[in-house]
Design a protein around this ligand. Structure first.
Ligand code: B12
Length: 292
């Protein structure tokens, strides 16, 4: 694999199957007709329209009455210029639980209070539990396991107002919000509402706001006014790494509220900048919080 990597044309990147540049990929889909030679031909035509050639139908099976499932291999004609890709992403060095605990202990000297909930009428607790509860997710311990994080998981169906009042009362350093249900964009409405309330309560300066869920992305979270967003496959240590780094960033550099509020607009712009430095870190001075 190492030798093949050396031959990669990053300006004309293609999926890899067997030979560099072959563009081989697998697609799987269902069409709402019974399996038949006509259904197979329809599936091939879909693949041609997707830009595949050398199409091989590996599987055509009845998925249910009136439905056929296909697994198809083909070679993609299209290429992507990898050198021109710019992604707005969470900017934090990935650290282990032990490293994060050590960082908080030595650089902050007190436990970070992290409060989290699945908000609104969303009853999906599994995502926020995966991040916060002791046992964690995919072999990565949850925030409750961190010695220097005081993790408080409020569970599901917590209203925005309630979450923010608790965060204020408990002097939270970070607020974690889980949104799973996205029907009619309810997740975005709820997320924006929470951040508007947080702004009105003067909490933007005081707390790091993080959103997560299967349909949440970092740019979407920025658009809704959050500091960061995490999606599918997130591990607790990803979140802890970000929170501690962001906290330290604010402590050392500070940032003005105005600059911070203007930042989400940038995520909407057509040319999305690569965030080699944090959006927040680049902003001006912010007073480090001193409490407890
Ligand atoms: C389990 C489940 C339920 C359970 C929830 C039980 C519980 N205690 O959580 C029950 C049965 C209650 C349920 C109910 C409903 N559900 Co449901 N449910 C699911 C299911 C099968 C699994 C979700 C899950 O647990 N995933 C596992 C976790 C670990 O993954 P995750 O949430 O993505 O979390 C990870 C990341 O996203 C991220 N993350 C998540 N939150 C956060 C937060 C922060 C701060 C961070 C940093 C990261 C982070 O980290 C996690 C770990 O990597 C999904 C389908 C699916 N396969 O995904 C449907 C699904 C989510 N449900 C769905 C729906 C529609 C409903 C109902 C509306 C159905 C109905 N008509 O009644 C109700 C809604 C009830 C309500 N008021 O919310 C839809 C949502 C569609 C949409 N996009 O809006 C899905 C996708 C099913 C589908 N395909 O239609 N559901």
């Amino acid at each position: 694999m190492t030798q093949k990597t050396a031959q990669v044309d990053l300006k004309k990147l293609k999926p890899y199957g067997d030979i560099m540049g072959d563009g081989t990929l697998q697609v799987c889909f269902t069409i709402p007709v019974e399996p038949s030679p006509e259904a197979r031909e329809a599936a091939i035509q879909f693949c041609e329209k997707m830009g595949l050639d050398h199409i091989k139908v590996a599987t055509m099976e009845k998925a249910a009455d009136g439905f056929s499932l296909f697994v198809i291999y083909g070679n993609l004609k299209h290429t992507v210029d990898f050198t021109k890709i710019h992604v707005v992403k969470v900017d934090a060095e990935k650290r282990s639980r032990e490293e994060i605990d050590e960082l908080i202990k030595t650089k902050i000297g007190r436990k970070l209070v992290v409060i989290g909930a699945c908000t609104g009428y969303d009853a999906h607790t599994v995502g926020i539990d995966a991040i916060m509860n002791m046992k964690g997710f995919a072999g990565d311990y949850g925030l409750e396991r961190y010695q220097w994080i005081d993790a408080r998981n409020l569970g599901a169906q917590v209203l925005n107002d309630e979450l923010l009042k608790r965060a204020l009362a408990e002097q939270a350093d970070a607020v974690l919000v889980s949104k799973v249900v996205t029907q009619h964009n309810i997740h975005m409405r709820d997320m924006k509402d929470l951040m508007n309330r947080a702004r009105q309560m003067g909490l933007l300066e005081k707390m790091v706001f993080v959103a997560g869920g299967p349909r949440v992305t970092h740019p979407l979270a920025l658009e809704c006014g959050f500091d960061a967003g995490f999606g599918v496959g997130t591990k607790p240590s990803d979140v802890a790494s970000y929170i501690v780094e962001e906290f330290l960033r604010r402590q050392s550099q500070g940032v003005s509220k105005e600059q911070r509020e203007e930042a989400p607009q940038r995520a909407k712009s057509k040319v999305r900048p690569t965030r080699t430095k944090s959006r927040i870190a680049k902003s001006g001075k912010r007073q480090a919080k001193s409490k407890r």
